[in-house]
Design a protein around this ligand. Sequence first.
Ligand code: GAR
Length: 200
Amino acid sequence: MQIFKIAVLISGNGSNLQAIIDNFRDEVGIEISSVISNKADAYGLTRANREGIETHIVNHEDYSSREDFEKELIRILKKESPDLIVLAGFMRILSNLFISEYYGKLINIHPSLLPNYKGMDTHRRVLENNEEFHGVTVHYVDNSLDGGPICAQSKIKIDTKDQKKLEEQIHELEYKLYPDVIKNIASGKMRLYRGEVVKQ
Ligand code: GAR
């Protein structure tokens, strides 16, 4: 049986990683083959270690250029040849070197309804602007910042002014949406074809 291998790149808490782990723990045919963090103290590494998932730390500060940092990521990933690379709170901008290597196999989750609210601090900005809706987006990664063909979005009507509460609500959407998209890609129901997301 062919195993669909996922590599997850993180920088911090890794609660999305946890949701992915929990969703696929009993799923035969889908495996998290490795977790890579650019931060040695990322709590997501603890989550991966306690599941027995292989972890790597590639600290961007140890490299003199973005290119060298990404070359090391690629070197590690090449050894495992994952079918999909999942950015889950990975807070480094990736250059064309990395993206062109994995275009079509690289997805990201962003806490906003893209193309609105690219970048950081989305919950605060959404509240400040008195938006009616907020949400999350999973997208294939291309060369644009928080851009690329959209796989799926979930949204909620905002019913709070409390940023922490809004963030928690958004996290709950993420924990469902990201595993759903990964499942669809793994089963061949979703893929990138000529720059567009095709769903079957
Ligand atoms: C998530 O909310 C994710 O959408 C966001 O970082 C958080 C990571 O949380 N990603 C971005 O902002 C990417 N631009 P986690 O480490 O607990 O999964």
